[in-house]
Write a protein that binds this ligand. Structure first.
Ligand code: NAG
Ligand code: NAG
Ligand code: NAG
Length: 393
């Protein structure tokens, strides 16, 4: 609890904190500051990549925004972001480092999904996310069950291919495992699934901020509501050296500390675009997995579970049904995905084609996406594995 109090005091301090005018402007390059204000279209225009947006309606009527670095007739690859993140994570680090641009430069038709409820997919045919509680009746289960199938079908229809390569980060792997276990027909639509920092079992999670999260969830009671939408609160981190260091400290506690691979010059860009919005129920569902040690559907309590699942316990996801080739990439200093849990998953998945625990001891939850040398040390290898499963054109 004392940790939580410190956190709240710190938040207040941030909001009232002494302003050192121009601290951020003096310290960071103008180009970095510019990137904090640009969205998907702004960034790709600046760095000269061709971007399209597409809207997809799911079976349960959520309207999702898909982005595409357009390369017609080339093999499609679909990228899915993690919790609180968005499609922008794949391009944030710039042409010299970001995975989205790298894949495009290698000749792929790059599609980037956005989960319901985030900054780019905050829309529904009937419900208004600002006024209708019904909009927020979902966890990552629904993202896997509805959003991914709708997005994948859209990409295949648009490109004329019958399979695509899938790359997911964090919750982008959880949702894939939901889809491919519950709707096994989707296994046939994917050549290979590359799982970066995979999250399924969470028994061994060592997140230092977990107690704070638990207190927050306890305070929220049964409320299910939007959580950490995109805002300008991040600017408070860059008021002075002290606020900046404190923000980094919390950030490193969340994702694991990997100072060497962290491009500190880019920090304001990452902080400006993350968080990009989620639903509190996604967090509640993850905390249930931590507590139960199972990889299962949402626990509504025995009575409601009985109605929904015909069992007092939520149903486990049938991992045995995930027949698609899966390549696992994970790190030992990841506070949000324990390598022990990934090893357990790797033993249950029927078709693991790569099982890569990175040998770099400090790599954290984001290193394989944003890390300074991730192109050389992670992305190259991942693409090599992907290529083994590509059909002839
Ligand atoms: C939400 O979707 C509706 C179509 O149902 C569209 O008319 C509207 O412009 C969309 N709103 C936003 C903010 O994208
Ligand atoms: C998963 O596979 C089992 C057979 O191994 C099958 O009985 C079950 O229906 C499948 N689950 C789904 C959701 O299709
Ligand atoms: C780190 O970020 C800065 C600012 O965007 C960029 O100019 C630099 O090339 C990056 N460093 C590396 C090694 O990628």
């Amino acid at each position: 609890m004392s940790n939580s109090i410190a956190f709240v005091v710190y938040l207040i301090f941030l909001m009232l904190g002494a302003t050192t005018a121009g601290y951020m402007e003096d310290k960071y390059p103008a180009s970095v500051l510019e990137d904090t204000n640009l969205d998907m279209f702004g960034l790709t225009r600046k760095y000269d990549y061709p971007l399209e947006s597409h809207f997809v309606t799911t079976e349960d009527k959520y309207i999702l925004c898909l982005f595409r670095l357009r390369r017609p007739k080339a093999r499609p690859v679909f990228l899915m972001h993690g919790l609180l993140d968005s499609s922008i994570t794949w391009i944030l680090s710039g042409p010299w480092a970001a995975l989205g641009y790298y894949l495009y430069d290698l000749g792929y038709d790059v599609w980037m999904g956005n989960a319901r409820g985030n900054f780019y997919s905050r829309n529904h045919t009937f419900y208004n996310p600002d006024n209708d509680k019904s909009f927020w009746r979902f966890s990552w289960h629904e993202i896997g069950y509805y959003d991914l199938p709708a997005s994948i079908d859209f990409v295949l229809k648009k490109t004329g291919f019958n399979k695509l390569a899938y790359i997911g980060h964090s919750q982008g792997t959880t949702t894939f495992f939901v889809m491919s276990s519950m709707r096994p027909e989707y296994n046939a639509k994917v050549t290979v699934m590359s799982a970066l920092a995979p999250v399924s079992y969470m028994k061994n999670l060592k997140a230092p901020l977990l107690p704070i999260m638990r207190n927050l969830l306890a305070l929220s009671g049964n409320a299910i509501t939007e959580f950490l939408p995109r805002s300008t609160l991040w600017k408070a981190c860059f008021r002075s050296k002290i606020t900046e260091d404190t923000c980094y400290d919390y950030l490193f506690q969340i994702m694991g500390k990997d100072q060497k691979m962290w491009n500190a010059t880019m920090a304001p860009v990452y902080m400006a675009h993350l968080p990009s919005g989620s639903n509190l129920k996604q967090f509640k569902h993850y905390v249930q997995l931590i507590d139960s040690g199972r990889f299962c559907q949402y626990d509504y309590g025995p009575v409601e579970n009985m109605k929904r699942y015909d069992s007092s316990q939520p149903k486990e996801y049938p991992i045995k049904n995930i027949t698609v080739p899966v390549a696992l990439y994970y790190a030992s200093n990841d506070h949000l995905s324990s390598y022990k849990d990934v090893i357990r998953l790797s033993k249950e998945l029927p078709n693991v084609v790569e099982n890569c625990l990175y040998p770099y001891k400090k790599w954290n939850h984001m290193t394989m996406v944003w890390g300074l040398e991730s192109r050389e040390l992670a992305h190259k290898r991942m693409v090599e594995v992907m290529k083994k499963f590509e059909p002839e054109l």
